[in-house]
Design a protein around this ligand. Structure first.
Ligand code: AMP
Length: 497
């Protein structure tokens, strides 16, 4: 692929539309495999299964015993790694891959992963899901001491920290680097000899180990194992680093005091419904969210309609609990990206109309109850409600299968600043009015924990990373108000494919 590069000044309005919208937030999927012929082909398939975690860019790296190969693209896996067998170009028995989803105003090719570097120890490629909460401070320190950064992604600090580590073998250096970073992360990395996986000390972002024949696989979700016919072995533990080669798996405890607090949003929105997270079926948990929501916030209506696709399992649970018919009253166009991908509010508004249409025959003259997995800014719900009313609904009620989102995320989920979160700023009555609905209801935090098969213990350390609902952040938010995209050493570089 030919690429043209252009340096844009920081005050160019097309580059920085709105500092909040423009900052780089990555919500990604990662995959890696060691010891399989044509490893890159399996990586492409695994990434295809993880496509829901990121649709803006994708990339694969491989090592053929002599040379590293990488290919990085803007766009979907299916559009970039099909046609011919990817492993013809990306040869070798070890490979890693990445799908990326960011709300950054400019998704530039230089931020697309895997990132690759030549270190004194040899080639190193990294794919990362999550966000490092102290990346800005580390980057500032590294730049001051002479490091030259190539991209605006927080992932690159890991490479510089490894490059500067002096003592021991590669794994000593890697562990030394990992111990300096904080936040929510799942790294899948490769050298000429190893496939490496690392998970943050609270296990906020997911990372799992699977096996196919004698080969080991690392992936963000079990649906990637299903795609390539691999069996799930176990999760990478919170704070664990695994190094995989032909001899098997070596495990290192990077953080001996690690404890498990996986992100609750994997259940609410992120993971594919057929994935198993923490031993639980995501689909079943989402149905239970709907079941409990129906108990907590019932309504006398004629039909339960999901906001597709993410509201479907909860709407089913809601309908079955109350014995009210479930119908597909909204049809989703699958050829439009997720609502959040478009950077401006105006385009995001349009995105909703592009994405959803009313199925009038299921709506006209009926009292309708809509179920979505969550309400973030309130943009999707407002548009959907108007659309359903325009299709002739007699009454429209809205239910969110998760509690009110009151706090932003800092661990790699696209969750805006507090000012933009509708539930952080308005009461239930005010939101009911703003959404123009006859009634509005949210799942309680107790209900959410119940759906996951747990008990919510108020005042105690939560079992999950649930700060979006509770404000309980598991780690200190060191660089909360400092974004990498606003670093003074950076110009904004746009690569046009
Ligand atoms: P909003 O329109 O801002 O209220 O967003 C709510 C919609 O966005 C719901 O339909 C959710 O399925 C979806 N959603 C929830 N969380 C996220 C996220 N982190 N990234 C992208 N979309 C999301």
């Amino acid at each position: 692929m030919k690429s043209r590069e252009m340096v844009m000044s920081q005050n160019n309005p097309s580059c920085v539309v709105d500092p909040d919208e423009d900052r780089i937030r990555e919500e990604c999927g990662v995959f890696g495999i060691f010891g399989m012929e044509n490893a890159a082909s399996l990586t492409a398939l695994g990434l295809h299964a993880l496509q829901h975690r990121g649709q803006e860019a994708c990339g694969i790296a491989s090592f053929d015993g002599e040379k590293f190969h990488t290919e990085r693209h803007l766009g979907l896996v299916g559009d970039n790694f099909t046609g011919s067998d990817p492993s013809e170009r990306l040869q070798g028995h070890v490979s890693i891959g990445h799908v990326r989803y960011s709300t950054a105003g400019q998704t530039t090719l230089r931020n697309v992963q895997p990132l690759f570097s030549e270190l004194s120890t040899g080639g190193f490629a990294v794919a990362h899901n999550g966000h490092l909460t102290n990346a800005y401070s580390l980057r500032e320190r590294l730049v001051e001491s002479g490091a030259i950064f190539q991209c605006t992604s927080d992932t690159e600090v890991l490479i510089h920290l490894i490059a500067r580590a002096r003592a021991g073998d590669f794994m000593d250096r890697f562990l030394g680097a990992i111990r300096q970073i904080d936040g929510g992360y799942a790294f899948v990395c490769m050298t000429s000899e190893l496939l490496i996986g690392a998970r943050d000390r609270f296990g906020i972002r997911p990372l799992l180990i699977g096996r196919i024949g004698d080969s080991y696989i690392l992936a963000s979700e079990t649906c990637a194992f299903d795609m390539v016919g691999a069996e799930f072995i176990r999760e990478v533990e919170p704070g664990e680093v695994v190094a995989i080669n032909a001899a098997g798996i070596r495990s290192f405890k990077a953080f001996p005091d690690a404890r498990s607090r996986p992100c609750v949003f994997e259940f609410v929105y992120f993971a594919r419904p057929d994935s198993i997270v923490g031993g639980k079926s995501v689909y079943e948990v989402r149905k239970r969210m709907g079941q409990r929501l129906a108990q907590e916030s019932p309504a006398d209506v004629d039909v339960i309609i999901p906001v597709p696709d993410s509201g479907v399992p909860a709407a089913l649970g809601f309908s079955q609990e109350l014995g009210i018919p479930f119908e597909l009253g909204i049809i989703r166009n699958h050829y439009v990206g997720r609502t959040f991908i478009q950077p401006t509010q105006q385009i995001r508004d349009m995105g909703v109309r592009l994405k959803h249409s009313a199925n009038r025959s299921m709506i006209e003259g009926k009292r309708v109850l809509l179920v979505d997995d969550s309400i973030v800014r309130g943009t999707t719900s407002t548009k959907i409600v108007r659309m359903v009313k325009a299709a002739g609904a007699k009454e429209v009620h809205f239910r969110s299968a998760s509690p009110p989102i009151k706090f932003p995320d800092h661990y790699g989920i696209d969750m805006p600043t507090k000012e933009k979160l509708i539930a952080a700023n308005y009461s239930l009555d005010a939101m009911t009015e703003m959404l123009e609905v006859d009634s509005l209801g949210f799942l309680s935090i107790e209900g959410l924990y119940w759906a996951m098969g747990e008990e919510y213990r108020e005042g105690e350390m939560p079992q999950y990373t649930d700060h979006c609902f509770t404000g309980e952040y598991p780690t200190p938010l060191i660089d909360r108000d400092r974004q990498l995209g606003t670093s003074k050493q950076l110009s904004f570089l746009v690569e046009v494919a």
